[in-house]
Design a binder for this molecule. Structure first.
Ligand code: FAD
Length: 481
């Protein structure tokens, strides 16, 4: 009997089986103590708190493969986890306590940097920040960047096809990968660690695993692209009256900076207020409050003042034309970091504000202003005192449209309305031809919604792929599909 695609396991593994798993990694790396397990069972927003008989921490790709072989043969469900920063519950085991957690944290080596300095091989448990440091040590840049970079890990970044603040210029995680090593569900290890930019030899298998959220195989290592480091970065926080003006400014910045426009982020005033109140070292970037802000970054490979001059020219013309209300341009690296701080800290800063119903959506860029207006109206209709807070990667059409609970309302009572509010917001997204998950994935949170927005033929193809790669349904059951 195979586990249904969308069902959690019905039976906990026997102690003798746990013992066999333990022998693969060694006792020290098989966590059964509830306190030691806790960091692997609780997700960042406390939305899902899971249970497991054991957290396995393999130290090599062959150990990962051996765990999967045993899981496949015994039909034991396995939940892959890397940095545990995922925001849709994909890395957390079901609360039934029947699933084994496989953490990639001990796969933490940068195996090699190519002599041409165009790529490096990183294991799945290397944190994104460590990958940045390894690239920097060779005078290069690894372009993927997320506010969670200190904790998230390459395996999770690729399994979620993460986006972040650099997608506008460099693309999302998928675009940063040349090759993969993957432990397959039946225990075979696929060595696809090819550092080739061009390889038209049939189906691109690595692209199936990227974004598959741990449902098709466990990524153990990857060949990551390296790029030249920009020598100069010009950064500004800009005040605006509305998202429509952000669109105008975005088009002007693209016209003048082209591919050198490396970030264009949007924040509602409430983002700044929450960041200033709750993130240490965060300051209001401008002397008086404004309704909306964008954070703009223009980069250049040459250190000749060109990036700064382009930024000043874009903002000067926009101010003269009444498109923007005010701006603060960083004059040093330290000031640039200060301007980034509210944007990077805003996810953390929303926690103390109470229950927060989050949407990670994308729409065509020109539709962002209309999306925010329509979503605000839809939320007001169903929950008049809730506080919508829009922010995100404007230049990618990606809005994090979060709805904070009304003051005084009980957190649980508000969160109980998640489906109702998400239905309204996603309705607006769908009518605009957008996506209900721009970068965080589907996980457990949006699994039911996926079925509503995907065409039956798409779901059938996805299920056929799942059955082919994981015929016994052991990999992350109940997630994504
Ligand atoms: P985990 O949380 O451990 O896992 C995520 C998913 O991948 C799960 O389904 C898991 O089963 C699967 N998985 C993990 N490792 C493997 C593996 N080796 N092989 C196969 N499957 C695996 N995301 C963005 O895209 N853009 C952002 O700007 C962004 N900002 C964030 C800011 C904050 C403060 C936080 C907390 C999160 C943010 N995220 C963002 C979400 C999160 O950081 C990303 O989804 C990240 O890529 C997850 O990496 P991880 O290592 O933590 O993965």
């Amino acid at each position: 009997m195979t586990t249904a695609l969308n069902a959690p396991a019905t039976q906990a593994p026997e102690p003798a089986l746990i013992e066999r798993f333990t022998r693969i990694v060694g006792e020290q790396h098989a966590l059964t103590d509830p306190d030691a397990q806790l960091p692997y069972l609780r997700e960042w927003r406390d939305q899902y708190i899971g249970k497991t008989p054991v957290v396995l921490r393999p130290g090599s790709a062959p150990e990962v493969a051996a765990i999967l072989k045993l899981a496949h043969d015994t039909r034991t469900p396995v939940v892959p986890q890397s940095g545990n920063t995922g925001l849709v519950g994909g890395q957390i085991p079901h609360e039934s306590g029947h699933e084994v957690v496989l953490s990639t944290q001990r796969l933490n080596k940068v195996r090699a940097v190519d002599p041409s300095r165009t790529s490096m091989v990183c294991e799945a448990g290397v944190t994104l920040e460590e990958a940045h440091a390894a690239a920097r040590a060779h005078g290069r840049m690894f372009a993927l960047s997320l506010p969670s970079k200190g904790s998230c890990r390459i395996g999770g970044n690729l399994a979620t096809n993460a986006g972040g603040v650099n997608v506008l210029a460099y693309g999302n995680a998928r675009q940063q990968v040349l090759g993969l090593e993957v432990a397959l569900a039946d225990g075979r290890l696929w060595d696809g660690l090819r550092a080739l930019k061009k390889d038209n030899t049939g189906y691109d298998l690595k692209d199936l695993f990227i974004g598959s959220e741990g449902t098709l195989g466990i990524i153990t290592a990857a060949v990551l692209k390296l790029l030249p480091q920009p020598a100069e970065r010009a950064t500004a926080v800009v005040a605006l009256a509305s998202p429509a003006q952000a669109l105008d400014l975005f088009m002007r910045a693209q016209d003048q900076a082209g591919a050198d426009l490396t970030a264009f982020e949007l924040m509602a005033r409430l983002c700044i207020e929450l960041a200033v109140a709750h993130v240490p070292g965060c300051r209001d970037p401008l002397a008086v409050p404004y309704p909306w802000y964008t954070l703009i970054e223009i980069s250049s490979l040459r250190e000749d003042g060109r990036a700064q001059a382009t930024l000043e020219s874009v903002l000067g013309a926009a101010l003269d034309d009444g498109v923007i209300l005010d701006a603060a341009i960083a004059q040093s690296e330290r000031q640039a970091m200060e301007l980034w701080r509210p944007r990077e800290g805003v996810s953390e800063a929303q926690k103390p504000a109470g229950g927060n119903i989050k949407h990670d959506v994308s729409v065509p860029i020109a539709q962002i202003p209309a999306f925010i207006t329509a979503a605000d109206a839809a939320v007001k209709r169903v929950c008049p005192d809730a506080r919508p807070i829009a922010l995100g990667h404007f230049g990618d059409g990606n809005v994090h449209y979060n709805v904070i609970q009304p003051p005084g309302m009980e957190r649980a009572a508000f969160l109980a309305r998640w489906d109702e509010i998400a239905y309204e917001v996603h309705g607006v997204v769908t009518r605009m031809g957008g996506s209900i998950s721009a970068e965080h994935g589907i996980g457990r949170l949006k699994r039911r919604q996926l079925a509503q927005v995907k065409a039956p033929v798409e779901l059938e193809m996805m299920r056929a792929i799942k059955r082919t790669f994981d015929p016994n349904g052991i990999l992350n059951p109940g997630k994504l599909l």
